[in-house]
Design a protein around this ligand. Structure first.
Ligand code: NAP
Ligand code: ZN
Ligand code: ZN
Length: 348
């Protein structure tokens, strides 16, 4: 099926109109008309070849929400008209230990990323949500809860689950101090989710102008990290730090903000930066990483957000503004997620 999209043809070319071929829905596939797609910083990293694995032409977008247009004959979970979402994965081997445990994002035989990846045949390229429709196996589709605003739900499919999963894994809750480093797309979801889980939440930001927003989003405290004194003032304060920063920065200074035995979880994926053993050794601190979340956990996160009234703060754009939106994200000028209105693809 010919499908309108926006693609990067090389790591240095701007995104531009492009036509892709989607497969006809198979027996267990869901055909989704995409209504909105969030813009993640990973889209920029990959479209610009900042990670070593870019496949071109690339149609980015893994924060997809839409309506089911048709389903294959054996689909049980969805029917035409349902509002659904697709996140960062469209398939995995389904047999390895992580897949069987519901951690498809750690599939040992290679997951199928929603874009910049291959289907499980390891040769058909995948194309993401900067397009009018997508065909996905029903097991990799999630239900958007009723009454959740679709545009503000889109960023939950990556920014939401990427922060929810480590907050749950490290059992964040009342009585704990959680620090969110970087107030962008992921960071602002981290604040809302950690707060909804009952923690005391601080934002650590290199942008002093975000103080009011941080407090409005629910943070209890705002720490402007351009002032080096704050690292002494807040030493040994946090039970968990979640680092969402997209640009290379010094991890070591933040480690001293952890309590004894506490963990700093990296979810941001910037260029490498050196790690000093000293702050880890002396307080038995830990540094860890976390990738998105599995399908079951993504549905759990959406249901949790629906119950708590958690959605993203967004600025809606037309697809024609995507290159400008990338520039604005790099300049840190987004409050706090761009979401593409995919109806704008109709005129391309
Ligand atoms: P974003 O909206 O652009 O936010 C990134 C934030 O990093 C900015 O808001 C800013 O916060 C901070 N920052 C930017 N440049 C900085 C600099 N030079 N020094 C210090 N801080 C800086 O990006 P995002 O979409 O949230 O994504 C964040 C990162 O997570 C990206 O690297 C992305 O690829 C990665 N990611 C990982 C996963 C995963 O599964 N682990 C999933 C999705 C995304 P302040 O202004 O508050 O400092
Ligand atoms: Zn993402
Ligand atoms: Zn697997």
């Amino acid at each position: 099926m010919k499908t309108k999209a926006y693609a990067a043809l090389t790591a240095t070319s701007a995104l531009a109109p492009y036509t892709i071929e989607r497969r006809e829905p198979g027996r267990r596939d869901v055909l989704i008309d995409i209504v909105y797609c969030g813009v993640c910083h990973s889209d920029i990293h990959q479209a610009r070849g900042e990670w070593p694995n870019s496949i071109f032409p690339m149609v980015p977008g893994h924060e997809i929400v839409g309506r089911v247009a048709a389903v294959g004959g054996e689909v049980k979970k969805y029917r035409a008209g349902d509002t659904v979402g697709v996140g960062c994965l469209v398939d995995s081997c389904r047999e390895c230990e992580p897949c069987r445990a519901g951690d498809e994002q750690y599939c040992e035989r290679g997951w199928s990323l929603t874009y910049n990846g291959y289907e499980q045949d390891k040769k058909t390229p995948t194309y993401g949500g900067y397009s009018t429709r997508i065909v996905v196996n029903e097991d990799f589709v999630v239900k958007i809860p009723d009454r959740m605003p679709l545009d503000r739900a889109a960023p939950l499919l990556c920014a939401g689950i990427t922060t929810y999963s480590p907050l749950r894994h490290w059992k964040v809750g009342p009585g704990q101090e959680v620090g969110i480093i970087g107030l962008g797309g992921l960071g602002h979801m981290g604040v809302k989710l950690a707060k909804a889980m009952g923690a005391k939440v601080s934002v650590l930001s290199h942008s002093p102008g975000k103080r009011e927003d941080a407090l409005r989003l629910g943070a209890d405290d705002f720490i402007a990290t351009r002032d080096p004194k704050v690292f002494d003032q807040n030493a040994r304060r946090f039970h968990l730090l979640l680092d969402t920063v997209s640009a290379a920065h010094d991890y070591n200074a933040y480690l001293n903000l952890l309590r004894r035995d506490a963990t700093m979880v990296l979810v941001g994926l910037p260029a490498p930066s050196p790690l000093d053993a000293t702050p880890l050794v002396f307080e038995r601190r830990r540094i860890a990483g976390s990738a998105i979340g599995g399908l079951r956990e993504t549905q759990e996160m959406l249901d949790f957000c629906a119950t708590r009234g958690v959605v993203a703060d967004i600025e809606t754009i037309a697809i024609q503004q995507i290159n400008e939106a990338y520039e604005r994200m790099i300049k840190n000028d987004v409050r706090y997620r761009f979401v593409i209105d995919n109806a704008s693809l109709a005129g391309t």
